[in-house]
Design a protein around this ligand. Structure first.
Ligand SMILES: Cc1cc2nc3c(=O)[nH]c(=O)nc-3n(C[C@H](O)[C@H](O)[C@H](O)COP(=O)(O)OP(=O)(O)OC[C@H]3O[C@@H](n4cnc5c(N)ncnc54)[C@H](O)[C@@H]3O)c2cc1C
Length: 467
């Protein structure tokens, strides 16, 4: 060690909580609150300042708020719910000159995302979570046999080391922590590529006159199939307007494309833009395994987003809870190995991971299909069945409805046949994910079976392999 390094090491402060959580987003706050409630010491490290924390790029649509984990009570979040009157999606299909109104199952709120962000932080603080803001994690420490023992960070310009029995990586999409961990001794999923992500951008726009569609989430395809624009009403005069595209495509000029669409909509004449943010979000299957000795990844850092809607808040909250409960078990038994933490993977797959993996099949199909054909087909499909498919990963259509849909969709039968075959592949995949292994040693065999099914998905859809 050089003299310079020695003096840096001497001045590096070290802290040793039971658990370190990186990232004060939804996954991090729910994980830390769950751990603090079990009376363990937990610190959240957040790169943003205290004022900026919680300010995260989002479409502001919160689905499933009625059944969020209790570590942060729902009553804490409710003041951030600015519109609870949304009950359907409005799909604008300019190619077909059609607007589809599709019911949205379950509870949905459009929220003020920054206010929500502050409130989950307050909720975690209230149960004893310690927050270190302005703290950028830039390395992960490991023992010789690979167990993660903590992280290194720069806090307000000064180096800091945090030692902990468990590190929870809640640092969001493309988490930098995963670049630093040597995962060779575990099953942690490292098959992650930028093309599994969507690049998205949103503005908060104020209009003078109330919009007519304040009870709907408005969606519109971009000129390419693998992208869409959205208009989500926070109130009838405050709209979250945004768009995104799958990173397999040529990059879109997000700011210009949104501006062009806004200019073409009369309801936005004279509108004022208040806030602009962009980010990447995973639109892929969940990680096959998000555990490694002493370490778990949660939320966007483990691909816990519905890959067809881009909704990731609910998945992040639950992943945080499940990882925290596995960490608590590790702390209680003194064993934070992969086998002890494995239950976390199983609970994610059981709750939403299997469903998201099946939905990813339709995402893969959308990269291979002609956009006009897809829109024509959507316009011909029964709305409630589309909604079911979008959220549950599967749907069934009775003979009468099928006959009507077939009549309406003449001209798109080739695509329908493709869809039908794809749905069978998605159902097979769902079944396999429902039999996700109970221990790490069985993962490899399960992955081989899954990869065989994925081969069939690529064959059926004609899409390039995604994984
Ligand atoms: C444009 C856009 C629109 C979206 N719209 C919706 C929507 O309408 N509804 C929905 O449910 N989901 C939506 N999502 C997805 C949703 O925002 C995410 O799935 C969700 O926020 C994931 O939560 P998280 O806690 O895993 O990560 P994040 O919310 O991203 O939190 C990660 C935190 O980690 C911090 N961090 C990162 N790196 C470091 C580091 N090295 N050191 C310290 N701190 C670090 C970040 O500053 C951040 O605070 C959208 C995403 C985008 C990008």
């Amino acid at each position: 060690m050089s003299t310079q390094e020695q003096s840096a090491a001497a001045t590096t402060q070290t802290q040793s909580p039971d658990v370190v959580v990186v990232g004060a987003g939804t996954a991090g706050c729910y994980a830390a609150a769950t751990i603090a409630r079990a009376d363990y010491d937990v610190v959240i490290l957040e790169r943003k300042t205290e004022d900026e924390a919680g300010h995260i790029a989002c479409g502001d649509a919160l689905k499933g708020a009625d059944s969020f984990p209790e570590a942060i009570p729902k009553s804490k979040l409710e003041p951030a719910f600015t519109n609870t009157g949304v009950d359907h999606g409005r799909f604008e299909i300019p190619q077909e000159d059609t607007v589809l109104e599709i019911p949205i199952p379950g509870e949905l709120a459009v929220i003020d995302r920054w206010e929500y962000g502050r409130r989950i932080i307050e909720g975690a603080e209230a149960v004893g979570v310690d927050f270190h803001y302005d703290t950028v994690v830039n390395n992960v420490t490991q023992t010789d046999d690979g167990r993660v023992t903590g992280v290194e960070a720069i806090r307000k310009g000064e180096p800091r080391t945090y030692e902990a029995a468990v590190v929870i990586d809640a640092a969001g999409s493309l988490s930098v922590l995963q670049d630093h961990v040597d995962f060779s001794e575990s099953t942690f999923d490292t098959n992650v590529n930028y093309s599994h992500f969507c690049s998205a951008y949103r503005e908060i726009v104020h209009v003078d006159e109330p919009v007519e569609w304040d009870d709907a989430l408005v969606f519109k395809p971009t000129e390419r199939a693998a992208g869409y624009l959205w208009y989500f009403p926070r109130t009838d005069t405050e709209i979250n307007a945004g768009l995104g595209f799958q990173m397999t495509e040529e990059p879109m000029k997000l700011v210009d494309d949104l501006k062009r669409d806004l200019e073409n909509r009369p309801e936005f004449a004279g509108a004022e833009v208040e806030d602009k943010l962009g980010a990447a979000l995973p639109t892929r299957r969940p990680y096959d395994s998000a555990v490694h000795p002493g370490y778990m990844a949660v939320g966007d850092a483990a691909g816990h987003v519905n890959p067809t809607t881009g909704g990731g808040i609910a998945g992040a909250a639950y992943a945080g809870k499940y990882a925290a409960e596995a960490a608590i078990k590790g702390l209680e038994t003194g064993d934070v190995g992969e086998k002890t933490l494995w239950e976390y993977n199983e609970r994610v797959m059981d709750h939403f991971g299997a469903r998201y993996a099946a939905l990813d099949v339709y995402n893969i199909l959308s990269t291979a299909i002609d956009v006009d054909d897809l829109m024509g087909l959507l316009a011909a499909m029964p709305g409630e069945k589309l909604a079911e498919a979008l959220y549950s990963g599967s749907t069934s259509i009775g003979p009468k409805l099928a006959a009507e849909s077939l009549y309406n969709s003449r001209g798109h039968w080739g695509t329908i046949w493709n869809f039908f075959q794809t749905k069978r592949r998605a159902d097979d995949l769902l079944e396999l994910y429902e039999a996700y292994p109970h221990h790490p040693a069985a993962l490899e065999h399960w992955q081989e079976r899954r990869d065989d099914l994925m081969e069939q998905v690529y064959e059926t859809t004609g899409a390039d392999p995604k994984y």
